[in-house]
Write a protein that binds this ligand. Structure first.
Ligand code: NCD
Ligand code: ZN
Length: 346
C-alpha cells in the first residue's frame, strides 16, 4: 500500500510548553491534529480556569494558520484544588479535564498531589460534573523500583479509585505495561488509556544496551519487550478504550544530554508517521484511523473530525535536530529512516 487517507487525528495528550517553545510545538501538532489536550505542567502550573484561559490565548497567538485547531485545556490537580474550582472548570468551554500528577512523579510535578484522601470532595465534583481525570499513573515512593511504579499505582490507587467513584471518567495516560493494558481492558466503561509512539516503538534495551540514549528517556520509563508487545496488541485491537496521546514534550539538547537528564520525548513533528509504522509492522494499518481519529473523540464526547489527512509510504531521513527559537531539540528517531510521510491536510 502506498497511500492511505484517514480522518484527521487529534492528540489526547501533549506538552506545548510556553514562551519560546510554543511557536514550534503548536504548529507541529496543528499540522496534523484538529484538537490537542494540552498538559498543564508549566512552571507555575495551570491551576484554575483563569490560568487556562491565559495559556489558551498564548497558544492561539502562536498558531500560524490552522484556523480549525482547538487546544483543549487541562487543570493541574493540587492538594488544594476545590470543588468550586471543578465547577468553574466544568462551566468553561476551554477546559476538558483535570490532570493528576503524583508529586515528584515526572517533569514539573513538584506541585502535584501528595495523597488523594483529602481530595475526595474534589473527585466527587469531577464525577458529578462529568469532568474526566487524566492520570500520570506512577507511585513515587523511593522504595518502589522505577520499573514497577505503574503497576503499583494501579494496585494502590487506581483500582480503588475507579471503584469508589464508579461514574468518574478516567484516562490512564501514556501506559507502558501489560498490567495497564489488562487493567483498562477489564475495567468498567469510562476507564481508558492513551499510548505514545515511543512506548510502541521502543523497549528498555533500545534505551540502555550499548550505551545510554538519553533521548529515549521518558516517564513512565520504557519497559521490557513483553510490555511493548502488549501495548502494540492493545493499540491494534480495535478496543475503543485505547487511543492516541503522543506525550510529545520538548526538552533542549543540553537538558537531555546531561549527567542528570530530563524525561520526555518530542514527536509532534512526525507523530502519525511513527504510529503508522507500528501499525504497518503489525499488519494492522486498517486499525490506525480508529486509534488516531475516532476512539479519543468518542471517549471525550466530541464529534469526530470531518477532514482527512493523507499518508504516503516513502522512506526519508528524519531531521537530526529541530530548532526551537534559540534552542535545539533532538526529536524521537532523529537522523533515522522514517517510512511514512504526511502529505496534505484538508
Ligand atoms: C513529560 C514532560 O516533559 O513534561 N515528560 C515525560 O517524560 N513524559 C511529563 C510527563 O508526561 O510525564
Ligand atoms: Zn505527558
Amino acid at each position: 500500500m502506498s497511500r492511505i487517507t484517514i480522518t484527521k487525528p487529534d492528540d489526547w495528550h501533549i506538552h506545548l510548553r510556553d514562551g519560546d517553545m510554543l511557536e514550534r510545538t503548536v504548529n507541529d501538532v496543528a499540522a496534523w491534529a484538529n484538537r490537542a489536550v494540552v498538559m498543564p505542567n508549566l512552571t507555575p502550573p495551570v491551576k484554575n480556569v483563569s490560568d487556562a484561559t491565559a495559556y489558551h490565548s498564548r497558544i492561539m497567538a502562536a498558531l500560524e494558520g490552522f484556523p480549525q485547531f482547538e487546544p483543549l485545556m487541562t487543570l493541574y490537580l493540587t492538594d488544594s484544588t476545590t470543588p468550586a474550582d471543578i465547577a468553574a472548570a466544568a462551566q468553561s468551554l476551554l477546559v476538558c479535564g483535570v490532570k493528576l500528577y503524583p508529586a515528584g512523579a515526572t517533569t514539573n510535578s513538584a506541585a502535584g498531589v501528595t495523597g488523594l484522601e483529602n481530595l475526595k470532595p474534589t473527585l466527587e465534583a469531577m464525577q458529578s460534573h462529568n469532568l474526566p481525570l487524566l492520570i500520570h499513573g506512577e507511585v513515587t515512593d523511593l522504595d518502589v523500583d522505577i520499573f514497577d511504579r505503574e503497576a503499583k499505582f494501579i494496585e494502590r490507587t487506581l483500582a480503588p479509585l475507579t471503584t469508589e467513584f464508579p461514574a468518574l471518567r478516567v484516562i490512564l495516560e501514556h501506559i507502558t505495561t501489560e498490567d495497564s493494558v489488562n487493567f483498562v481492558t477489564e475495567s468498567r466503561p469510562g476507564v481508558a488509556a492513551t499510548i505514545t509512539p515511543q512506548h510502541l516503538l521502543f523497549d528498555r534495551n533500545d534505551m540502555l544496551v550499548g550505551g545510554i540514549r538519553p533521548h529515549l528517556f521518558c516517564l513512565p520509563i520504557l519497559k521490557r519487550r513483553q510490555h511493548k508487545e502488549a501495548l502494540r496488541r492493545a493499540a491494534i485491537s480495535g478496543n475503543p478504550k485505547f487511543f492516541i496521546g503522543t506525550d510529545s514534550a520538548p526538552h533542549t539538547v543540553e537538558t537531555k544530554e546531561s549527567s542528570c537528564g530530563c524525561a520526555g520525548c518530542y514527536s509532534a513533528h512526525a507523530a502519525i508517521p511513527l504510529y503508522a509504522e507500528v501499525f504497518e509492522e503489525e499488519n494492522s494499518l486498517d486499525k490506525l484511523e480508529a486509534f488516531t481519529s475516532h476512539f479519543g473523540a468518542d471517549f471525550y464526547g466530541r464529534a469526530r473530525n470531518d477532514e482527512t489527512i493523507d499518508l504516503v509510504r516513502v522512506d526519508y531521513l528524519s531531521p537530526e535536530s529541530l530548532r526551537f527559537g534559540p534552542s535545539t531539540v533532538v526529536p524521537l528517531r532523529a537522523g533515522e529512516l522514517l517510512k511514512w510521510r504526511l502529505e496534505k491536510t484538508q
